[in-house]
Design a protein around this ligand. Structure first.
Ligand code: GDP
Ligand code: IMO
Ligand code: MG
Length: 429
């Protein structure tokens, strides 16, 4: 049962899409287990750029099964749009499967997401406004509509009738805005359901069978550990579990089926959306990283907040995920800085700590304590052999490995597939 879980070890956008596409080449199956089209995963092949939001990042390979698991918040409009784009680029959608248990995002979820954000004023989260939170709220409240309901016209009518009446009441009475017309929403979503029917099945069975047959299964995390509903910087989080433990529930597999947990780590830190960020650089260095790393959101286009690498945070995310290996991303972006800093501790109210605080109030007061490393000027983007990396870059990585006690098995020095240095194979066999 060779299996690898890919998790974002920071606040998302670590470069998961690139590594998933890379490892998908030697996998049989790629499985999404949480989140929805709030994700934006970039894959670059040759001079062509693809971005995936809801589709697993293995879809560029014809012979791999790509699964949208039970834990995903499924937006039929987003899905059909992405399938059209994929097919327009000459690829096939035939190998995509959607679990019948996944919960469906409806237009009222997106609208409520936007209205809720507006009503939070200064306290807003900065969501992607894709309806993720409200869809998961319905799921938790046990009133959600699942993919299996969507493709059954009678069930859809029954469930939607109830939901539209409830949501209209909220929209009209709380938000003072117009509700939805049940008939037209039903017709529209019934049609979507019929279009996606061919993809729908019990994916937990497919994944189980693949693992039993010793096929290689890659679990694709979306978002990042600090956006986890339980373990992240609550309330500035998403509404799912992008941590290793989330894959068992979100894909319907036993936790003992997971072999490797590969943490995707950006060589510095970024965050899109609001909330505390101890190493954030609101100066020309932060701007230089943003420009060099092209740090603008894949889903919303927002400028990402940038800062130095934070090992206090990574020690925590490594622990709560049980990371077994690291893929260090965007190392090329750090070329050209005279000095590079790594945060190795926080000072909070006059006291030093290396523990990542659960309290947002404390995290907001954390002053990073830095260790400074000499930079390097060489362009890394064409290097193919680890030994050829500048000694300063190797020292930077060695420090990260030592601090976390986790091996950096992959080093990424550019967005392309071939700009990937593998020091040690990720699959155990
Ligand atoms: P994801 O959400 O974790 O899949 O990450 P995103 O795709 O949102 O953002 C990562 C960005 O970095 C994308 O534009 C990638 O093409 C790019 N990228 C990934 N790896 C590297 C790398 O090693 N170097 C550089 N320069 N860019 C990279
Ligand atoms: P990928 O998979 C970075 C952030 C949003 C916001 C918070 C809640 O590309 O790494 P939501 O719409 O999920 O309710 O928003 O989570 N967020 C992400 N940030 N990368 C992502 O995905 C994200 N998905 C959600 O910006 O702060
Ligand atoms: Mg992204």
């Amino acid at each position: 049962m060779p299996s690898v879980v890919i998790v974002g070890a920071q606040w998302g956008d670590e470069g998961k899409g690139k590594i998933i596409d890379y490892l998908a080449g030697e996998s049989n199956m790629v499985v999404r287990a949480q989140g929805g089209n709030n994700a934006g995963h970039t894959v670059i092949v040759g001079d062509k750029k693809y971005t995936f939001h809801l589709l697993p990042s293995g879809v560029l390979y014809r012979d791999k099964l790509n699964i949208i698991g039970n834990g995903v918040a499924f937006d039929p409009e987003g899905f059909l749009g992405e399938v059209e784009k994929l097919e327009g680029n000459g690829f096939s959608a035939d190998n995509i499967r959607i679990d019948e248990r996944a919960h469906v995002i409806f237009p009222y979820h997106k609208q409520i997401d936007a209205l809720e954000e507006e009503s939070r004023g200064e306290e807003k989260i900065g969501t992607t406004q894709k309806g993720i939170g409200p869809c998961y709220m319905d799921k938790i409240q046990r009133s959600g509509i699942r993919v299996g309901d969507l493709i059954d016209p009678e069930l859809l009518w029954e469930r939607l009738k109830l939901q539209v009446s409830k949501k209209n009441e909220i929209l009209e009475k709380i938000y003072n805005t117009k509700g939805y017309n049940l008939e037209s929403l039903y017709q529209q979503y019934r049609e979507h359901g019929q279009k996606i029917k061919r993809f729908v099945t019990d994916t937990t069975k497919l994944t189980h069978e693949a693992l039993e047959a010793d096929e290689k299964v890659l679990f694709e995390g979306a978002q990042g550990t600090l956006l986890d509903l339980d373990l992240g910087t609550y309330p500035y989080v998403t509404s799912s579990h992008p941590t290793a433990g989330g894959f068992s529930v979100g894909a319907g597999i036993g936790p003992n089926k997971i072999e490797e947990i590969l943490g995707i780590v950006k060589a510095y830190t970024t965050r899109v959306g609001l909330g505390p960020f101890p190493t954030e650089l609101q100066d020309e260095t932060g701007e230089a990283i943003r420009q060099k790393g092209k740090e603008f959101g894949t889903t919303t286009g927002r400028a990402r907040r940038c800062g130095w690498l934070d090992l206090v945070m990574l020690k925590y995310t490594a622990r709560v995920n049980g990371l077994t290996a690291i893929s260090l991303m965007l190392l090329d972006v750090l070329s050209g800085f005279e000095d590079i800093k790594i945060c190795v501790g926080y000072e909070i109210e006059g006291e030093e700590t290396t523990d990542f605080p659960a309290s947002l109030k404390r995290l907001g007061k954390a002053k990073p304590l830095y260790k400074t490393f000499p930079g390097w000027s060489a362009d890394l983007s064409n290097i193919t052999d680890f030994q050829d990396l500048p000694k300063e870059a190797k020292a930077y990585m060695a420090f990260i490995e030592k601090y976390l006690d986790i091996p950096v098995k992959i080093v990424s020095i550019g967005p392309g597939r071939d700009q990937t240095i593998v020091r040690e194979e990720i699959y155990r066999k």
